[in-house]
Design a protein around this ligand. Structure first.
Ligand code: GDG
Length: 467
C-alpha cells in the first residue's frame, strides 16, 4: 500500500488533541495508514544558524507518523507567511481586496519557501508515495516538485474559498498561481461554488477545456477537480459532550443561565468571521424584539489569531468597542447582553457550551466550510436541540440547508432569523436537527479523507511536466 505524505504549513503532534479544523483532519488522515507529515516547525531560525546556512530538517516519530519539520528564517517568515499567505491570499480568497497588501517581496518569499519545501521534501519521497498538500500556503508546491522530477501522485485541498474570477485576477501573480494548480493530479475544494469559480477562471483566463464536470484540460495537462466538503469526527464530539468536562460545563452553564436565553458564537478572531456584523444583528434583535432584553445573552468566544497582522488589531479594537457599547446601552445590574471572551477555551468545554445554548450564531462573511456549525449540531441533545443560524456565505450552507440561513450583511434579516430560532417549536427543531445530524454523520471527517484519497489514487499517473 502506498505511504501517505501530508504537507501543510504547520504540523502538530498527532497524539495531542488538536484545536482547529486542518490539524484535526490531517491527524485523521495519517492515523489510518501511518505516514509522513512535513511542514514548518513554527519556529524562526536563529541568526547564528542562518549565518551558518544550516536549514536542517528535524524528524520525530510519533506512533505510526513521522513528523519532518524545518525552521524558517525571519525574512522568509515575514514575506511568505505574514506577507503573502496571510496578507494577500487569505484576504483576497475571502473577497477582501481592500485588506490585501501586494508587494513583490512577498510573492518572491512565497515562491522561495515553496522551493525550499520542495527541496527538503524531495529526498524523503519514495516512488509510490501518495502526496497530499494542504491549503493556500502551498499552492505552487507540486509545480516545484515536478520541476525536480517528482512523478508521484499529488493532491491539493484548498480549505478556504475560491473567489470568482475578477477577484482572483486582482492578484498580480494570479496566472502563475492558477497555472501551478495544474501540476497536481487532483484539486479538492470545499463546495460546488468553489469548483464553479475555479472552472470559470481557467476557462476564461487560460482557455481551459471542460471535459466534464470534474475534468479540466489546460497547459497540456488534465486536472481532476471536485468538491469534498470537510467534516468533523461526529462520534468523537458526541463522546466529548457526554464526557466529564462536557457534562460539567453543560450543567454549570444551564444553572448560571437558567433564567436567560443563551446564544453562542465560537470563532477565531478573524475578519472573515463577521463578528462586528454579528454584534450589530444581536443589537438589532434587542431593539426589534424587546422581550429579549434582560434575557438573551450572547457568549462570543473569539480566540486570538494572527495578532502580528495589522487588520487583526483593528478588528480587536472594533469588537472591544461594539461589545462595550451594547453592554453599556442595554445592560442591567444583573444582566449583560454580550459576554465577549478574547481567549482560547479548552476544547473539552466546547461541547457543553454548545449544548447549553439555544442558538448558535455562525455568520461568517465568507468561509471555506466552517466546522463550528457542524460541532454545534453534533453536541445537541436530539430530543431538545438548539437551532443553528448559519451564514449563506459559509461553505457549510451548501450542505446544512435545514439551518436558518442568513445574509450576515443584513442586520435586520439576521435579527429576524435569530428571533425565529429562539422561538421555534420543539417539533420543528427536532426535525431540522435530525436531518442536519444525518448529513454531518454521512459526510464526516472519515468520509472526507477517504473520498479525497480514493479519488487521488484513481487519477492517472503523472508524467513529469512542469507547467
Ligand atoms: C479553516 C477555514 C474550514 C475555535 N475557537 C476555539 C476553538 N476553535 C476551533 C473550533 C473549530 C476550529 O477551531 C475552527 O474551525 P473553522 O472551520 O470554524 O475555521 P478556521 O480555523 O478558519 O479553518 C474553514 C477549516 O479550515 C477546515 O477546512 O472549515 O472554513 O477557514 O474546530 O472548535 N477550539 C478551542 N478553543 C477555542 O477558543 N479549543
Amino acid at each position: 500500500m502506498s505511504r501517505l505524505v501530508v504537507v501543510s504549513n504547520r504540523t502538530a503532534d498527532p497524539r495531542k488533541s488538536a484545536a482547529g479544523g486542518l490539524a484535526v483532519a490531517v491527524k485523521e488522515s495519517l492515523q489510518q495508514t501511518g505516514g509522513l507529515w512535513f511542514g514548518w516547525s513554527g519556529k524562526i531560525r536563529s541568526e547564528t544558524d542562518a549565518a551558518e546556512g544550516s536549514q536542517d530538517l528535524r524528524r520525530q516519530t510519533v506512533g505510526r507518523v513521522t513528523l519532518a519539520t524545518l525552521d524558517l528564517d525571519q525574512h522568509d517568515h515575514d514575506t511568505y507567511y505574514l506577507g503573502y499567505a496571510n496578507g494577500v491570499l487569505w484576504p483576497v480568497f475571502h473577497y477582501r481586496l481592500d485588506l490585501a497588501k501586494f508587494d513583490v517581496q512577498f510573492a518572491a518569499g512565497y515562491r522561495r519557501v515553496n522551493q525550499l519545501f520542495a527541496r527538503k521534501l524531495m529526498p524523503l519521497l519514495k516512488p509510490d508515495d501518495l502526496i497530499w498538500v494542504h491549503d493556500y500556503h502551498l499552492i505552487p508546491l507540486a509545480a516545484e516538485l515536478r520541476a525536480m522530477g517528482c512523478t508521484n501522485r499529488i493532491g491539493f485541498f484548498l480549505h478556504i474559498p475560491m473567489p470568482p474570477p475578477p477577484i482572483m485576477a486582482a492578484i498580480p501573480e494570479h496566472e502563475w498561481l492558477m497555472r501551478s494548480l495544474f501540476a497536481y493530479d487532483l484539486v479538492g475544494f470545499q463546495c460546488e461554488l468553489d469548483v464553479t469559480h475555479f472552472a470559470a477562471y481557467v476557462e476564461s483566463e487560460a482557455q481551459a477545456e471542460r471535459l466534464d464536470r470534474n475534468h479540466l484540460r489546460a497547459f497540456n495537462r488534465t486536472l481532476h477537480v471536485a468538491a469534498y466538503p470537510i467534516g468533523i469526527d461526529v462520534d468523537e464530539f458526541v463522546n466529548l459532550a457526554n464526557g466529564k468536562e462536557g457534562r460539567e460545563t453543560f450543567e454549570a452553564m444551564r444553572e448560571e443561565y437558567s433564567r436567560r436565553r443563551l446564544l453562542i458564537g465560537v470563532d477565531r478572531l478573524d475578519y472573515s468571521k463577521g463578528l462586528p456584523q454579528r454584534v450589530h444583528a444581536f443589537r438589532e434583535l434587542l431593539a426589534q424584539y424587546p422581550e429579549n432584553r434582560n434575557s438573551a445573552t450572547l457568549i462570543q468566544i473569539a480566540s486570538p489569531s494572527r495578532e502580528d497582522v495589522d487588520a487583526y488589531d483593528n478588528l480587536r479594537r472594533q469588537m472591544d468597542s461594539l461589545c462595550g457599547a451594547i453592554n453599556g446601552d442595554y445592560g442591567e445590574l444583573d444582566w449583560m447582553p454580550v459576554r465577549y471572551i478574547h481567549r482560547n477555551v479548552a476544547r473539552k468545554r466546547l461541547p457543553g457550551l454548545y449544548r447549553a445554548s439555544r442558538v448558535a450564531l455562525v455568520t461568517p462573511l465568507r468561509d471555506g466550510m466552517n466546522l463550528v456549525a457542524k460541532e454545534y449540531i453534533a453536541a445537541q441533545d436530539p430530543a431538545d436541540p438548539g437551532m443553528l443560524v448559519l451564514s449563506r456565505f459559509a461553505g457549510a450552507a451548501e450542505q446544512l440547508k435545514e439551518a436558518l440561513l442568513v445574509n450576515p450583511y443584513d442586520a435586520q434579516g439576521t435579527a429576524q432569523a435569530i428571533e425565529r430560532a429562539l422561538t421555534m417549536s420543539q417539533e420543528e427543531r427536532v426535525n431540522r436537527h435530525a436531518a442536519l445530524l444525518d448529513r454531518i454523520r454521512k459526510q464526516d471527517v472519515h468520509w472526507w479523507c477517504n473520498a479525497f484519497l480514493d479519488a487521488l489514487k484513481g487519477t492517472e499517473t503523472t508524467a513529469v511536466a512542469s507547467p
